[in-house]
Design a protein around this ligand. Structure first.
Ligand SMILES: Cc1cc2nc3c(=O)[nH]c(=O)nc-3n(C[C@H](O)[C@H](O)[C@H](O)COP(=O)(O)OP(=O)(O)OC[C@H]3O[C@@H](n4cnc5c(N)ncnc54)[C@H](O)[C@@H]3O)c2cc1C
Length: 452
């Protein structure tokens, strides 16, 4: 009986009592009824729930904060058991001798940032979804704004405790800085979108917190000048930690929501560039270097040194997606191409917009070659939208593949991009991934039908 594992009725919802939040998703329609949703508090409860699912032959879906945008955390077959780890949200320990932060999987990334920063440390991965869980971040290998200098979630995961769908428990990784000691199973689980195991504890690397961050907002005639400028900034010596690109039309949704404007109104495209370090004089010098790097391309550059002003501008970038959600209907992509192909990709999205008669906006992590192309549904009826969307996506992903890119840089494949992943990577790679899935999950119990 499930009640023997989760005795608290506030943490167990069976059949028709399952709250509606588990049965709706912005990206996947027509969700089927669930067997139950259980909210464990401990690792042992997770093991118990998996044993129950095995005994009752139920499929399992693990869920963190439910912010996923690839349809990986939602039921697709019906009668699944959702294990929602959001109440396993403790920040357990900061070990200052090994620079290791131990957390439960439901801890929110925004809370983790605050916790380590208040103690003088820094956890750089910075997805704009501050309300997503670290378990979800690990499962999607979340990236975020600072990847250009600091890398992505994978680079900061030291150890994972994982419950397999067979109810066995794996302890992966170690606190050692280096390892050449067999296959790296830890990295298989990072980015596996809840298809290999359920993470119940995470040990993360933290680093000393840079004392200062300065930013610069740069205005350009168009996105092509902005992407050229990105290459100049990457080549230059200023060592930016973030290079974020957004079109004026994309910033519009955030400024409408926040009710204030960018400090510049020139041009049609912007770069928001951040630098960090300990020495204010060095940072001032690096701001000047950046100005020099883009002087032949930018219409205007404004250095942002004042803490509050910097945060106000960054908030505009962070709220583009939230604003879009508030004001219109759309689909967000997260394709990635080699950095020298970024401008070609953006130009192609504009061609596709004309060809398929769908509005397209772009914003994203220019320093990583990762663009969030936004397909706007606006007022289109669902049938027309779905037809146009599919035709545009078929063209777009074919181009991404031709440019040497991949369908997802940071949001994952889930169900939404599965058909495109299948077309974009070699059959033998897919076969190998399916074989790996079968090793950890021989009965196909955990999150089946997702990713591969
Ligand atoms: C407004 C917004 C902005 C965003 N911006 C960014 C961004 O800048 N960069 C970026 O990288 N991403 C971004 N994202 C995506 C976001 O990072 C992911 O949605 C997030 O990492 C998923 O975390 P979650 O806790 O919501 O997981 P869920 O949505 O609950 O689940 C996502 C996946 O993780 C799996 N999972 C969750 N917990 C566990 C666990 N404990 N063990 C095993 N598998 C688990 C689920 O099964 C599912 O496959 C954004 C999303 C939104 C809505």
């Amino acid at each position: 009986m499930l009640k023997n594992i989760i005795s608290d009725s506030q943490r167990l919802f069976v059949g028709k009592d399952v709250p509606s939040e588990y049965l709706h998703d912005q990206y996947v329609g027509d969700l089927k009824p669930l067997y139950a949703v259980a909210l464990p508090l401990t690792h042992d409860e997770v093991v118990g729930l998996v044993e129950f699912a095995i005994a009752e032959d139920l499929k399992i879906i693990v869920r963190g904060a439910g912010t996923g945008v690839a349809g990986a955390q939602v039921p697709i077959d019906g009668n699944e058991l959702i294990i929602d780890v959001k109440l396993m949200n403790k920040i357990v320990d900061l070990d200052e001798e090994t620079f290791t932060l131990t957390v439960e999987p439901g801890a929110l990334i925004g809370d983790i940032h605050e916790y380590v920063q208040s103690r003088g440390y820094f956890y750089p991965p910075d997805p704009a979804s501050k309300h997503s869980s670290i378990g979800g971040n690990v499962a999607t290998n979340a990236g975020g704004l600072r990847a250009v200098k600091y890398g992505v979630t994978r680079d900061y995961v030291k150890q994972l405790k994982v419950v397999l769908p067979t109810a066995e428990v794996l302890e992966l990784g170690s606190l050692n800085i280096k390892s050449s000691s067999g296959y790296n199973l830890l990295h298989l689980f990072v980015g596996s979108e809840g298809t290999l195991g359920i993470t119940t504890e995470i040990k993360l690397k933290v680093i000393p917190l840079p004392k200062h961050t300065y930013s610069m907002i740069m205005a350009f005639d168009d996105v092509f000048k902005a992407t050229d400028a990105t290459l100049q900034l990457l080549k230059g010596g200023a060592k930016p930690s973030e290079i974020e690109l957004f079109e004026k039309d994309a910033a519009y949704y955030a400024t409408e929501l926040l009710k204030y404007d960018l400090p510049t109104t020139k041009g049609e495209a912007y770069l928001l560039v951040e630098i960090d370090g300990d020495d204010p004089q060095d940072l001032e010098l690096r701001l000047k270097m950046m100005e020099e790097d883009v002087k032949d391309l930018a219409l205007e550059t404004i250095g942002l040194v004042d803490h509050d002003e910097k945060l106000r501008v960054k908030k505009i970038r962070d709220n583009i997606l939230v604003g879009l959600m508030e004001f219109t209907k759309f689909e967000m992509l997260d394709e990635v191409v080699p950095i020298n192909k970024f401008a070609t990709l953006i130009a192609y999205t504009k061609e596709l917009s004309v060809k398929h008669g769908l509005d397209v906006l772009n914003f994203g992590h220019a320093g990583d070659g990762n663009v969030h192309t936004i397909l706007m549904q606006h007022e289109l009826d669902d049938q027309t939208w779905l037809l146009k969307r599919k035709a545009l996506l078929d063209d777009l992903y074919a181009k991404v593949s031709e440019l040497g890119g991949l369908p997802s840089a940071e949001h994952g494949i889930g169900t939404v991009k599965k058909a495109y992943l299948e077309k974009m990577i070699p059959e033998v790679n897919l076969k190998t991934m399916r074989a790996i899935k079968a090793v950890f999950d021989p009965e196909g119990r955990l999150n089946p039908g997702k990713v591969i």
